[in-house]
Design a protein. Sequence first.
Length: 757
Amino acid sequence: MRLNTYLFCFLLLPLLLLLGAGGFWMYSQRDLIQVDSSAHRLLASDPRNLETFEKINELIPETEMVMVALKIENLFSNQGSKTVAMASNLISQVEGCIEVKSLTHSGRPVRQGFALNIEPFIPEWASPQEWDSIKDFTTRFPLSRNVMVSADGRYAILLGVFERPLPDHQARDTFRQEFMDALLPLESETEAIHVLSFPFIEAEGVNALKADLQHYLIIASVLIFLVLFITFRSWIAVCSVLLLEGTGVLLLLGVFQFLGKPIDIYSGILFPLIGGLQLTFVIHYLSALQSAARRSPPAEAARIAFREVFPPSCIAALTTITGLLTLAFADLPTLTDFGRIGAIAVVVVFLFTFLLPALCAIGPKPIPQKTKRPRSKKWVLPVRAPLGFFLFTLSYALVMIFGIFLIRTDIRAVEFIEPGHPVRESMELLNQDLGGTNIFQVRVDSGKPGGLQTKPVLQYLEDLRAYAYTLEGVTDAYAYSQLYLALNQIWDGDPNPNGSLPQTSAKLALFSQLINASPLMFKDSFVDSQNRSAIMILRSRDMPGKDYLALLETFMDYAEQQRPEGLSLDPVNGLHTILENDQQIVGNQLKTLGITVLLIAATLSLLWLSPRNAGQVLLSNVPALLTIFGIMGLTGFPLNSITIMVAAVILGIAVDDGIHLVSAYRKACKQGKSPQDAASEALRSKLKPMACTSSILIVFLGLLLLTSFPPVAHFGILSALGILSAFLGATLLLPALLGASKNPKKKETLDQDTVSS
């Protein structure tokens, strides 16, 4: 029976049936497959912005908020007021809207005798002189500056509050489309419109994932088909590989469903990763099958190929599982989920991939046939190569080592969105022109009811605010005392732009009563009902983690030094989470990589009973690690919650080629060949599948460059370069290390000569 006919009968037809049945079952379960692009998941690795997100949700719980920033040519004018009112009315007409906070639809306190009256921040009509006064007040008043209007007066900020159920992607995407359609009439009235809402980010995230997947599948399929056809030159073999790959994807989807885990931007990387890994198993098997079929009947060739490939493939799968499971020891939930799901998926896909080959291998053990082997050419060790090669390798290593010292361990949520995307532009506008995205909170507790409403405490809070503005990067400092400053300005018409606290006890008591009785915006979110404690907020622009931490430590040191007796300060997360975040990133990378190296070394040493061979395999992958970390530093790719996985995961996969090569080398050594001849023969027999599998992995991972999420693209680039370096290490460095080993037969002869003498 010809090999192609054998493959068709025993591999292709069963795979078609399995793929059809699996596809039908997966289609029936399609509604149970979850895709998670939630903002909380996206921000899981960025404590600074995650706290901001959670604080915003605490202000008005059980609702969804949409922020709109309108750039208006002359905001503080009759026409500008008309445009803001028009925008507020358009937002209020969207289904589910319960409130719109804006300059025209939110009130500011105005004195009316000995009481306060609430009026809109800006009127429908005013004279030019009145508009100048309104602009001056609005851009300085704490409840409007960078809340309702940018500090420079160029942007009006509108906040729509919605009670609208958004249980799934379809509901979120519909909400986003309805909202954006409602704003269309504003395009002719404004210079720019920026919209930012977490449900919209989630909806656009799913849409981006779907578009990325379509592009990825089309390009990857074409490239993989070309690589496979060039390698095997057999339509049956190529179709078998592609069918196995398709079934493997269904199995991975089944793993997600079985574990009840959603697919997100982190775990989605497992699809090209597991898919590429599965292809390495299949290609090594089919290459061995083609080679064995040249000298044996197909059925016997199947048994020979299975017995040749299955043991090293088991070891390769084990090292990959080791690399993934080490991520389960990390402290970041995104890493632990990735590692556990990936490890289970490797086991499932591996067992399925070798199921049919194992069935085909049932039968008597093949009898090795004595065939005349061509004389092996002696391997030329790279260390004996010309001086130029050595200098090039040394220079490359030095450059990569230099790059390692440039690695940036600073997570930014905004970097998870590609430059130029509307969401990123809105986030950058919020950071640069609307007060910043970093929010640090300190709870100030007076220890007794009404303790905040005393002159010493209020003066202390004002001193802290004044000091905060002297720190570079701080854009706003909010404190309970600002309410007294604002009332004092309103009461007396104080022209001082910084304001001042009431000087008399009577005025202080009056203001306290007015504040307690007036419905001032967000007051209840920052102050407790007894006026005993309040939250002071520092708002700043995004900056490197070390700089932000230094800013917060400087502020807290000053606050503690000036703290009145009886007053306590308690940072609400912020300070320690930033420090822990940077430490976690570096610590998790070192911990997972170290555990991976130790476990792989121990596993290979035990299975081969040769620590030397295990060390040689790991040493040949040093170029891959140098490349990953060096390129990360030289390109400025940050070490974040996605790129942090590259080293451990790729090392677990990169050793696969070395394992197959060493297995062939050890087999040749058992046949009596010298280490150099054994290394040469092993490389010749494994070079084709090694080149093919490396090409497949480079394509699968490198095409992640097409994704809309920069960290995923960075992961793909670093992984592809790591795999390429690992291939070069396995084909150049590893054979040299194996060939340089001592000849066991020669050592045995020397020992006998010593005894006889």
